[in-house]
Design a binder for this molecule. Sequence first.
Ligand code: LLP
Length: 421
Amino acid sequence: MNHFDYRNGVLHAEGVEIPDIAKQVGTPFYCYSTATLTRHFHVFRQAFAGLDALVCYAMKANSNQAVLKTLARQGAGATWCRKANCAAVWPPASRPARSCFRASARPRARWISRLPPASSASTSNPSRSWNCSRRAPWPSARLPLFRCASIRMSTPRPTRRSRPARRRTSSASRGSARQVYARAAELPGIKVTGIDTHIGSQITELQPFDDAFALLVDLVGTLRADGHAIEHIDLGGGLGIPYRVDNSPPPLPDAYAEIVRKHVTKLGLKVMFEPGRLIVGNAGILVSEVIYVKEGDAKNFLVVDAAMNDLIRPTLYDAFHDIKPVVQPPAATPRMKVDIVGPVCETGDFLGLDRDLPRLKTGDLIAVATAGAYGAVQAGTYNTRLLVPEVLVDGDRFHVVRPRQTYEELIGLDSIPDWLK
Ligand code: LLP
């Protein structure tokens, strides 16, 4: 469900005509819908009504400040890795209760001394916890400064075929988990009170969640029996979204919530979630203009002004994004099979292959759907291409929430050494 619909043959974002935005900001640009963002957040949160649940939006999916602010206003917490990125949106005072800090990839424990007291943190690497403890500026007492510190367990993403292997792995990791928790319990400056997992992204079946949550809940029982006061469980993100309209849709949040309830209700735990794509994926499109149509004997190409650097998912992951014309051509318009490619001269520069589209021409606009998650945040400036603008629509108004980068800004990042001046 999203709020990008045709009205009188013209694609709208809520009440705004996409061509109107294109006229003002130029192409390509990302366009986000406030109504879709908030709807997805509420549908997800509602699914857990009655549980002590906190939805911490995974800002790695889309960290535009306006997107974060929109979600924060609705009551979302955040899963964050860079303080700078969420400081303005989730002020330190509200952070402990509403955020989950992911420290997994931090090379050193420097971040520890910068966290506000009573902050939450989670790490998937136990040695980070040891480092945290050593660097903690409060070595004297074991205060519960990390009120919600937890350790992320690697629950393998199981498939039916790999089940026997999964059992072996899980019992091995249970042993090491007990050791890790026992070691953590002895550390000064840290109080480990939770457990978490994130089994992967764009998961479109419930079984892997069911299997992983069962393992985790089982582990909670073991850890409690060992004397650890486990108070919260963080189940990560990962629920998939429909990228292809012709595929059967992934499970809805309600069905996912049923699995969660089945496992966690009896434990009396606070439950945290870290959805990213599910909230923002369908709330964004990438709009681009056709530069020219190249017809060949073997293949036709639609060369557009967006490229692999603007949306890298198709070439990086073979990801499918639906592509459609912004203005619907008359029904009698002939159709053509095309590869939709960018102007960067290389094989990987495509947004869609072998698509069946009505015949388009230079100057027409296309929309690349479901581009709100891992789109703009993964964009780059390869081939001296400028980062594209991002626009947020709300009803019949819109705002450029990130302007197009300028060449001065891009080139100004470089610095010439004295010997070359
Ligand atoms: N929590 C953790 C610890 C994660 O690593 C991720 C995403 C999430 C939550 C959010 O997962 P989601 O609900 O969005 O599936 N660039 C890839 C996706 C990488 C996802 C990495 N982890 C893509 O474009 O498909």
